[in-house]
Ligand binder design. Sequence first.
Ligand code: ZN
Length: 315
Amino acid sequence: MLLFAASIFLCLAACGHSSTAENSPQGAVAPQAATFPPAPAAATTGGFDGAKAYKHVEQLVAIGPHPAGSEGIHRAQQYIIAQLKSFGCSVEEQDFHVPGTPAGDVAMKNILVKLPSDNPNILLFGSHYDTKLMENFVGADDGGSSTGVLLEFARLLCARKNAATIWLAFFDGEEDFNFTWTGQDNTFGSRELAASIALAGNVPRVKAMILVDMVGPANPVYKREYNSTRWLVDLIWSTAAELGYSKVFVKDQANIEDDHESFLSRNIPSVDIIDLDVPYWHTTQDTLDKIDPRTLAITGHVLIEALPELEKKAK
Ligand SMILES: [Zn+2]
């Protein structure tokens, strides 16, 4: 009972999607330029270009709100698919239909890139690209930042000879239709992909799932997510420490419900990289001016530099 109470407290305090405030719409939010310095040169961040990642965030924000099932999300899908194809990535669309959500029956689409390798074992990287269903909510950080990072990551990986099969997944329907995180009213896209992996008998092939979500704020702090797989957290966090980012990837823990749990529940090693401790979370203030290109670059740098170790784990 105590443990239960403690976990409830942790969840209320730090849970990915428990609401803290009912924010009333505050009028149309125009995309604003960041006031931060430009991203570091790609040569200093493993080839990952923070400026290119930032440009993607800018384009996604310019689309406006794009919750699951909306007009906007079709434009977000078109943007992501066109960018991936421009990098030479082959794109797979996983279309599915979710009946009986609080918003009725909703058509959703995961966007997948599956990079072949002589090694059939899979490393899976993911981000959700839908924004929360809220008037004027553009989700620059929540949805945009991680999608920008994953797109720039795709540009590098689709041109790289990879020592493991690599899948990149852009998830639809991570956000609740309800304002608060409620039961299974969330993580629709990641649960769909996890289910399809299980149905195909591919769970044993997936050696690691790395989720990015809310990776755009200035002075980011990524805490070790409590339910994430220990060795995978250690691998990512030690890579970050070697690169000099131990003040970003910190030792503190947080308990966060997110898309990685769809894979954890299938016994796939999974980790969530997220800074949820931002004052604008799930408010209309989650706008482009909150996005620091340097944070995108740091996040991408760690992903790129962690790849050789991840590939060893996937042998
Ligand atoms: Zn969210």
